[in-house]
Design a protein around this ligand. Structure first.
Ligand code: 8YV
Length: 304
């Protein structure tokens, strides 16, 4: 009976997997599945790598896929379900850090903080004026747990908040807008906080970016796939968007090279959850899921 570690993970998680479960490190033993796939009962992976259908099919006794991360679009959920494999992720424990980074990026892009920092480092001083943040209209695309955490923070900046999601969300006072285009048209900043995967691919289309317009800012802490990246790059390069803060890209770790010289864009290397505290909490939750599955075949935070 084996536990499989699909990809590199947080050192403390790797230690727990090795010491507690003698987990097999697939990324160091690429031939393992062909020879021993039928021994694996649980696979631990990250949101970035998931488990491919080919890997899944090579593990006939697999019962659980445990993700380190809230996203699980890299694993084919329908295929896993059809095989009777349960899937977990690490929701909630990263909401604060992801929301903090979204707000940090929003302020950075609008107030040109990173650009001003570069300015000073170049020995310059009289920086051009920026855009006021407080009191502006913000649209949140995807009002899930992370979207709501972002909205709560932005309330503190007296921002008027509206949102679009598949269906209106109960228990919030924010205005629901029935389409991404209509949302983008009425806000100063569009914050993308949806899940990734095929259902949201290209949701922020060229038309949405046009609606956001030359005075509008885009913040993306969700997935690069949600935005039409070539259209976004063209809009930023041509000044048809005022600016952007991006933590995610269509083909990570490849950042569109055209953006590297665009001063109105703040670029982060997918670090929204990357604090000691949050990554440890994600690791603990992933390990609790694994432990519970191996004890009673249930999960602490199953993907529904
Ligand atoms: C991590 C993320 O970078 O949780 C997610 O879905 O995208 C980030 O928190 C990622 O999970 C690490 O694999």
């Amino acid at each position: 009976m084996s536990v499989l570690q699909v990809c590199p993970l947080l050192p403390s998680v790797e230690r727990a997997l090795t010491e507690g479960y003698q987990a097999v490190r697939l990324f160091e033993r690429p031939g393992f599945l062909a020879a021993h796939g039928d021994e694996v009962v649980a696979a631990v992976t990250s949101s970035r790598f998931g488990v491919t259908n080919e890997q899944l099919d090579a593990m006939p006794k697999l019962g659980a896929i445990v993700h380190f991360g809230v996203g699980y679009e890299t694993t084919d959920l329908a295929h896993a379900r059809a095989r009777g494999v349960v899937v977990s992720n690490t929701p909630d424990v990263l909401n604060d850090c992801v929301a903090d980074l979204a707000v940090g990026g929003l302020i950075d892009a609008m107030r040109r903080l990173s650009a001003a920092d570069r300015f000073v480092r170049r020995g310059e001083w009289n920086h051009p004026l920026a855009t006021k943040v407080s009191g502006k209209q913000v649209g949140i695309l995807g009002l899930g747990r992370i979207g709501r955490a972002i909205a709560r923070r932005l309330e503190g900046f007296d921002m008027k908040i509206s949102y679009h999601s598949r269906t209106p969300v109960g228990g919030v006072s924010y205005q629901y807008v029935p389409s991404p285009v209509a949302l983008a048209a009425e806000v100063d900043v569009l914050v993308v906080a949806t899940a990734g995967g095929p259902a949201t691919a290209g949701l922020v289309s060229a038309e949405v970016l046009d609606a956001l317009g030359p005075a509008g800012y885009l913040v993306n802490i969700a997935r690069g796939s949600v935005v039409d990246e070539p259209a976004m790059v063209a809009a930023l390069v041509e000044g048809r968007l005022a600016g952007a803060a991006l933590d995610v890209y269509a083909d990570e770790p490849n950042v569109p090279p055209e953006l590297l010289d665009v001063d109105s864009v703040v670029l982060f290397p997918h670090i929204a959850s990357a604090t000691h505290e949050t990554r440890e909490a994600m690791g603990e939750l992933a390990l609790r899921n694994l432990r519970q599955f191996l004890t009673d075949r249930t999960l602490v935070t199953p993907v529904e």
